[in-house]
Design a protein around this ligand. Structure first.
Ligand code: FCB
Length: 445
């Protein structure tokens, strides 16, 4: 069965600055928390770092040419705050701004619309020395950075997102410590959540005051959870993780309140006026989605929550993430019902890691990725059919890249990257996606 997407459906790909740019010490860029974190022993698989990554800082013309060939309508990238403000605030690094000027112009010349995310986890290290996201001042510095960036690029970039997965940045960065800056604690995570919510509010206000023609949003992540057993302690853990991961950002931003399970603890951090500031009118509702998990009580975790590997025999990706397109369809329907209302919905990340192999003839036959994309895009069609206004879908990711704590060991790209030579090779999934982007209907399995 072949089914078409609605007229004007937006096809895209997403990347993030730290995962692809490299050139971490070039042209005046300051260090970010990820530079520091990667260079601590034992933090990243194989001792990998983002020092070079995909060398996109130098090779972006080649990458933009690949996107033109792919035929996508939009490219979501992130800006590295420490490239623009090496100290996080104060002195501006013009060379950093000039890099993004050139990049944005190149993307537009290729007929692709740039979507810019202002924060994909790379906080300037100088601000972490001042307690980073645990410090309310960081929200103010973030808004200054957002304003500066919009002043420079807002004439050409219309779609802006304040944060990518702020939940992950807080829960992993300041909760379990698995991501930069590697802080473990319950209070630290809750503080970061509130300060990041404030930063979103202040950022939106600053951007709107600068230009009225921008389309603004945030990029959430929805990860459906189920309790691992009928034991009460697992059910409690599941509800808490759901509040923490799935609701601690969209609830205050869209509904004007923190999830009940967290509200009591966050209350002491909330000052008068905060919630009104956090609840801004947005122009679109965006989220990323990959998989679902089962949750159990884990007494060693700061929130006493843990996830289990998927059921034996369930299909999984190389991340061990269960392939469950039904959970994706349900997440889209729930997003509309709970949060988005009449706003257009965009899926700004979805995709899969698999251990790709370059065959002797140079081809990468990534059938498993094609089949994942086929089934998840089928879920998008089903959600649209059910009345969810999904207007676009972005694959994670254009290129194999630096997968955070897992380094280069996990490949998510439509384009294979040889990290020794930096050679790029479109995989079979690239050609599959190009056909869709050029208007072919989706063949459903
Ligand atoms: C998301 C991140 C993205 C990438 C994918 C696999 O949580 O936003 O940078 O790592 O997962």
């Amino acid at each position: 069965m072949a089914t078409s997407f609605p007229e004007g459906f937006l096809w895209g790909v997403s990347t993030a600055a730290y995962q692809i740019e490299g050139a971490v010490r070039e042209d005046g860029r300051g260090p970010s928390i990820w530079d520091t974190f990667c260079h601590l022993p034992g933090t990243i698989a194989n001792g990998d770092t983002g020092d070079i990554a995909c060398d996109h800082y130098h090779r972006w013309p080649e990458d933009v040419a690949l996107m033109r060939e792919l035929g996508i309508g939009a490219y979501r990238l992130s800006i590295a705050w420490p490239r623009i403000l090496p100290e996080g605030r104060g002195e501006v690094n013009l060379k950093g701004l000039e890099f993004y000027d050139r990049l944005i112009d190149g993307i537009l010349e290729a007929g692709i619309e740039p979507w810019v995310c202002l924060y994909h986890w790379d906080l300037p290290q100088a601000l972490e020395y001042r307690d980073g996201w645990q410090n309310r001042d960081t929200a103010k510095w973030y808004a200054d950075y957002a304003l500066l960036t919009v002043r420079r690029l807002g004439d050409r970039v219309k779609h802006w997102a304040t944060f990518n997965e702020p939940n992950c940045a807080c829960v992993k960065g300041y909760g379990d410590g698995g991501h930069a800056p590697g802080i473990r604690g319950r209070q630290s995570a809750l503080k970061a959540i509130h300060v990041m919510n404030l930063a979103h509010g202040l950022g939106i206000e600053a951007m709107r005051s600068e230009r009225a023609d921008l389309l603004l949003g945030n990029i959430f992540n929805f990860h459906p959870y189920e309790p691992a057993s009928e034991r009460e302690e697992d059910e409690i853990a599941c509800e808490l993780l759901d509040a923490l991961w799935n609701r601690s950002f969209p609830d205050p931003q869209m509904l004007g309140q923190y999830p009940e399970l967290l509200a009591a603890e966050i209350e002491s951090l909330v000052e008068p006026g905060d919630i009104d500031l956090i609840r801004q009118k947005l122009d679109y509702f965006a989220f990323n989605h990959y998989t679902r998990s089962r949750v159990r009580r884990d007494p060693d975790h700061p929130f006493a929550v843990g996830t289990l590997p998927s059921e034996p025999g369930a299909p999984v990706t190389d991340m061990g993430w269960e392939i469950a397109p039904d959970a994706f369809r349900a997440a889209m329907i729930a997003a509309k019902e709970r949060y988005a209302g009449d706003l257009p919905i965009y899926i700004l990340e979805n995709g899969a890691a698999f251990p790709d192999r370059v065959d002797p003839d140079g081809r990468i036959r990534d059938e498993a990725r094609i089949s994942y994309l086929r089934s998840y895009l089928g879920a998008v069609q089903d959600a649209i059919e059910a009345g969810v206004p999904v207007r676009g879908y972005f694959v994670w990711s254009l290129l194999d890249n630096f997968e955070w704590a897992l380094g280069y060991s996990k490949r998510f790209g439509l384009v294979h990257v040889d990290f020794e030579t930096q050679e790029r090779r479109p995989k079979d999934s690239f050609h599959f996606y190009a056909e869709l982007a050029h208007g072919a209907p989706l063949e459903r399995e």
